[in-house]
Design a protein around this ligand. Structure first.
Ligand code: C2E
Ligand code: MG
Ligand code: MG
Ligand code: MG
Length: 267
């Protein structure tokens, strides 16, 4: 009798979870606990100026330092987090770490702007604006030293709310980057309607830059970014030849294993 009642409760929980789009209660609970135990760690990857190859900023990339499974990349746990409320908790933890780290560098006289990725559900919620505002006020980090990276598809999930958040953040002085540019549903009008500072061309284009059709696309993106006064970034730059080609095409910033892998702040 008691067991049957427990089973039913379990099933009800599952239904609630499925209705909320959450199909893995185990990972969800583990991830929540992991955030509480500070098992999420940030690695930072440099973005360099194409002309001088000096560091211009860094991107914070989350990893899960799992006690048994080792260092887990975001691809293993982010999709699940994004289907549940955990993404808000995770993003708050990431923002907290990244902004404090950037403020520490800033106080040490070495201002290195930090970029943080915002997932669709986060971009749609107004909490993110308050969280960022409070963190900047508390740490004294100049808002220009924080960049938020959002993908086209994240923006298009809830266009009106997303545009609102980006306008609030931009008004605060925070910079906005469109991540993985070119693979989403590109409404080019988005670029003139949103307060965009940076375009990060997806690495799939960068990988094929030496093939004629892709080269033509990249050249026209470069002209467009230049004409709109946007900072143009290439992701996934893995060799010197590609870096030089992108520099010739007028890219402002380069990011990729050729210049540095994501590493802990201590490195
Ligand atoms: P992203 O924002 O486009 O980040 C760039 C990804 O490309 C990173 O993978 C980085 O390690 C990888 N990468 C950098 N240079 C190269 C290269 O030269 N070659 C190749 N093949 N890959 C390169 P990572 O760290 O596994 O992150 C994957 C994605 O997870 C990120 O893509 C971002 O969308 C998401 N992500 C990471 N951290 C966070 C976070 O704190 N919050 C949210 N919402 N998403 C995050
Ligand atoms: Mg990114
Ligand atoms: Mg990207
Ligand atoms: Mg990408």
């Amino acid at each position: 009798m008691y067991a049957a009642k427990r089973d039913r409760t379990q099933v009800e929980l599952w239904h609630a979870a499925l209705a909320a789009g959450n199909t893995d209660l185990g990972l969800d609970t583990d991830l929540r606990a992991a955030i509480g135990n500070r098992e999420l760690v940030l690695h930072y990857q440099p973005l360099v100026h194409a002309q001088t190859r000096e560091t211009a900023s860094v991107e914070a990339l989350v990893r899960w330092s799992h006690p048994r499974r080792g260092l887990l990349p975001p691809g293993v746990f982010l999709p699940q987090a994004e289907r549940s409320d955990v993404i808000h908790l995770l993003t708050a933890a990431v923002l907290d770490d990244a902004v404090r780290q950037a403020a520490t560098w800033h106080r040490a006289g070495r201002t290195v702007p930090v970029a943080v990725n915002l997932a669709a559900p986060v971009l749609a919620s107004d909490r993110v604006v308050t969280t960022i505002g409070a963190l900047l006020a508390e740490t004294g980090l100049p808002p220009r030293a924080l960049i938020v990276e959002v993908t086209e598809s994240a923006v298009m999930t809830r266009p009106a709310e997303s545009a609102d958040r980006l306008r609030s953040l931009s008004a605060m002085g925070v910079r906005v980057a469109i991540d993985d540019f070119g693979i989403g549903y590109t409404s080019l009008g988005l670029l003139t309607q949103l307060p965009v500072d940076e375009l990060k061309l997806d690495r799939s284009f960068v990988a094929r830059i030496h093939q004629p059709p892709d080269r033509v696309i990249v050249e026209s993106v470069a002209r467009m970014a230049n004409g709109l006064g946007l900072t143009l970034v290439a992701e996934g730059v893995e060799d010197a030849h590609t870096a030089d080609t992108l520099t010739e095409l007028g890219f402002d910033l380069l990011q990729g294993f050729h210049f540095g892998r994501p590493e802990p702040a201590s490195a």
